[in-house]
Design a protein around this ligand. Structure first.
Ligand code: CA
Ligand code: CA
Length: 485
């Protein structure tokens, strides 16, 4: 009896073990996509040879060399932070592949409890008291807020930042599962956090070291909202509310980054529904994808950017401290829709912008598309634009911010082949831009005929649940089927 029961126990143990194995498998199915192919294999896909600036100087492989122990599927913030390693500082350079499944909410604690702005507010901060204290009628318009309540705002801000900023380390691939992946209220920061200045030193709050070799694909990024915007009465003629968080920030010299097939949106909190305080929009968002402070060698392909004000800033300051000879970025086959500005705005960098679809037909709020900033060298090619009827081509596509050159060729605006630079210069005859940017892109995949862009790009850009689209958006594409112009 005794030995039999021992045997039964062993059998039971084996059964339980195999059951838990089955459960693990069920949690993370190695599902075949409907159109063939194993979704998990996409974790090891690397940037194609020559596919934009991220292909230069050694290419971009992300976490493709991960051992099985560093391949994971995560379903919440806590699991994501654990899979990235090093307590959310972005220090862990071991190759790793992370699949995101379902919703990652930046504003939740480690037990999964959602956090509100009130949960971060500390040292007596309330918006009401902040508004009362720094009302220009009381505090004036000549200086930025200071004093105990501004200190309380900053302390509250640091608490939210510690939750919602997720630092992405070197040698990392993150991919949305085929069942869908949404990252809400979160700022992905592609950099290694090495310190915090409290109080800030010469406007620097967070100190970073660069990371390299990062791939982020097939994720819907939504509403990276700032609970604690700062009032700056000295910003512009009427002051501005400034918010900290982008959906994604590639910063501080980080390099070799491939951002592919993601969707960026404000989700259920669009800027258009924000209140105004002190007569200015209470702006709680910053960029969708900002590339600043010496970041370099980046390919931004097949993403969908929509329903937002400041879309993509490449270079954040006119000062030459970080950005000279950096900010080399390729932006291709993206959809931009209902944006207001910065698609992208560029300083310093050699930026190749081709085959993008700017769908702004129903968007009278559009301010400009291509921002030509100081010493920028944009090479724009075969982009397709639709504009609201109220906007003139020569005034709304290119806007100069101290830049002096831009190359444009092969563009179509509202079905008409258009020389964008000539249109700009006709509308700005006393301040024309020159066309020689001093370089010609060599790292790029096929540049498609512009008339193919409206059929090719919106259908395939942004998140997808189709294996073939994620693996190769140009598969099954034949230029001969595009309309002639
Ligand atoms: Ca801002
Ligand atoms: Ca930003």
């Amino acid at each position: 009896m005794h030995s039999i029961s021992k045997k039964s126990l062993m059998i039971l143990a084996v059964l339980i073990l195999s059951m838990s194995f089955v459960l693990t498998r069920a949690d993370f199915p190695q599902a075949m996509a409907a159109d063939g192919g194993n979704w998990q294999d996409l974790g090891r896909q690397v940037l194609a040879q020559n596919d934009g600036w991220a292909a230069a100087e050694g290419g971009t492989t992300g976490g493709a060399k991960a051992t099985p122990a560093r391949i994971s599927t995560v379903t919440n913030r806590k699991q994501l932070v654990q899979a990235l390693g090093s307590n959310n500082t972005g220090a862990d350079a071991t190759p790793k592949i992370i699949f995101i499944k379902g919703i990652i909410n930046g504003n939740e604690d480690d037990t999964g409890k959602p956090l509100t702005c009130q949960d971060y507010a500390t040292n007596g901060y309330t918006l009401e008291s902040y508004l009362k204290t720094y009302d220009p009628a009381v505090f004036g318009r000549t200086k930025v807020p200071s004093g105990p309540l501004e200190d309380a705002r900053f302390a509250s801000f640091l608490k939210q930042a510690a939750r919602i900023q997720i630092h992405i380390p070197s040698n990392t691939t993150i991919i949305g599962d085929q069942a869908g992946a949404r990252v809400i209220g979160t700022n992905f920061v592609v950099a290694h956090l090495i310190g915090i200045n409290n109080p800030p030193v010469e406007d620097i709050v967070f100190k970073y070291a660069p990371v390299k070799n990062v791939i982020i694909r097939n994720i819907q990024f939504e509403n990276a909202f700032d609970c604690f915007p700062q009032w700056d009465a000295t910003d512009g003629a009427n002051g501005n509310w400034n918010s900290w968080y982008d959906n994604m920030s590639i910063i501080s010299g980080s390099n070799h980054v491939w951002i592919d097939h993601n969707s960026f949106t404000d989700g259920d909190k669009p800027d258009s529904q924000q209140p105004t305080h002190f007569g200015r929009e209470y702006e709680q968002h910053d960029g969708e994808l900002d590339i600043t402070k010496g970041a370099d060698l980046i390919t931004v392909s097949w993403n969908r950017f929509s329903n937002h004000n400041k879309i993509m800033l490449i270079g954040s300051t006119d000062k030459p401290t970080f950005d000279v000879d950096k900010l080399r970025v390729t932006v291709h086959h993206n959809t931009f829709e209902n944006s207001i500005q910065r698609t992208p705005r560029v300083r310093y960098g050699q930026v190749h912008i081709y085959n993008n679809y700017n769908n702004e037909t129903d968007n009278p709020s559009l301010q400009y598309v291509l921002g030509v900033g100081i010493l920028s060298k944009i090479f724009a090619q075969n982009n397709y634009y639709t504009l609201p009827t109220s906007k003139a081509v020569g005034k709304v596509i290119i806007k100069a911010y101290k830049g002096t050159v831009i190359h444009t060729e092969g563009d179509i605006v509202d079905k008409k082949p258009t020389d964008l630079l000539a249109a700009y210069n006709a509308a700005h005859d006393t301040t024309p831009l020159a066309g020689d940017v001093g370089w010609t892109p060599t790292f790029h995949g096929p540049v498609d005929p512009t008339q193919c862009v409206p059929s090719l790009v919106p259908r395939n850009a942004g998140v997808t649940r189709t294996f073939t689209v994620l693996q190769d958006s140009r598969a099954n594409f034949s230029p001969s089927s595009c309309p002639t112009v």
